[in-house]
Design a binder for this molecule. Structure first.
Ligand code: PHE
Length: 339
């Protein structure tokens, strides 16, 4: 019996298992109820009394050694199977969540796309501007309220450095640096000193269009805007131009489109009128052309300016402007399918 135990002790110290199945076979062979060690325990009662003490110790030693060896092998098998999993190059990867464009970018890109199809290219200018490009060159009288601290964020006074209140400032820069014909679209962020609410914010986004050439007429302006409205809101959309006032255009107008929600019948959204206002426009005032070095006797032009937030409100029925700058992923996620 002692010989048998010693042989098993030897065997056990050199056991090997390459995987879980082999390990389980070893466990059954040595440690299960009918395993070799249990059989020895069964034989124990046949051991002569004077040897019982010694053989009993050896048997317990054997059992512990077997258990310990199996535990070691199990740890080795587990860690090597972990490694295999991380190295499985054929595994299908976990899906990666795609981000989404910001709704304002989606709408801006769509507007730019629509106008680029009729020959407009992009022009950009600085957000921190001087008084001349934002106001003086655009025929704002010195006492105009837009020049007031109440409406404009000034960075310094005298010389006046300010945050542009409209992208029309890019108009003046383009007219100074390019010769007609000019056909540009100026998208960008603008700033106004307004109390923040669901319908106003201290910054928002505009797209300004400017077209200058010989014989540009109000009819051209109207046609370009009608094309835009139909492309943006659908073939059945109607437009309406109402007389208005801007210092840099004469005549000036505001454009409404037939209400997208009620189809022009009148609803709460269009306040029962069937129309919603979407942009300001007009023929570039000759004073503006002259102050930017363009001969107003040879050239005429039109300009229009629209608010990207306004169009996005209409397009996606977002009621609260503040949503656009809160970066709430639950809000932003909803525009996944929009582009
Ligand atoms: N700049 C004007 C605004 O901010 C919009 C506009 C642009 C109007 C061009 C007419 C022509 O409200």
């Amino acid at each position: 019996m002692k010989e048998r135990i010693k042989k098993l002790l030897d065997d056990i110290s050199s056991l090997k298992a390459a995987n879980k199945e082999e390990l389980e076979a070893l466990r059954i062979k040595y440690l299960s109820k009918k395993g070799e060690i249990s059989l020895l325990f069964n034989d124990f009662r046949n051991v002569a009394n004077e040897q019982k003490r010694e053989v009993g110790q050896l048997l317990n030693q054997l059992k512990d050694a077997a258990q310990e060896r199996i535990n070691e092998l199990k740890a080795a098998v587990d860690s090597s199977s972990d490694k295999q999993e991380t190295l499985d190059l054929t595994r299908t990867p976990d899906p990666i969540e795609l981000g989404t464009r910001h709704p304002l970018s989606i709408v801006k890109n769509e507007i730019v796309d629509i106008f680029s199809r009729i020959g407009f290219s992009i022009a950009e200018g600085p957000e921190v501007e001087d008084d001349w490009h934002v106001f003086s060159a655009l025929n704002f009288p010195p006492e105009h309220p837009a020049r007031d601290m109440q409406d404009t964020f000034f960075i310094t006074r005298d010389p006046d450095v300010l945050l542009r209140t409209h992208t029309s400032s890019v108009q003046s820069r383009v007219m100074l640096s390019q010769k007609p014909p000019i056909r540009v679209l100026c998208p960008g962020r603008v700033y106004r000193n307004e109390a923040i609410s669901y319908r106003a914010h201290c910054f928002f986004h505009q797209i300004e269009g400017l077209y200058i050439d010989k014989n540009v007429s109000f009819a051209d302006l109207r046609q370009a805007l009608l094309y835009f409205a139909k492309e943006m809101f659908g073939e059945d959309t109607k437009i309406r131009l109402r007389p208005s006032y801007f210092p840099f255009t004469e005549p000036s107008a505001e454009m409404d489109i037939s209400c997208d929600l009620c189809g022009g019948k009148g609803c709460a959204f269009c306040k029962g009128t069937g129309w919603v206002e979407i942009l300001g426009c007009g023929m570039v005032d000759p004073n503006v052309l002259e102050s930017c070095g363009i001969d107003s006797k040879v050239y005429t032009g039109y300009a229009f300016g629209l608010g990207v937030e306004r169009i996005t409100n209409l397009k996606f029925k977002v009621k609260d402007l503040r949503m656009f700058s809160e970066n709430d992923v639950r809000f932003l996620d909803q525009f996944k399918s929009a582009y």
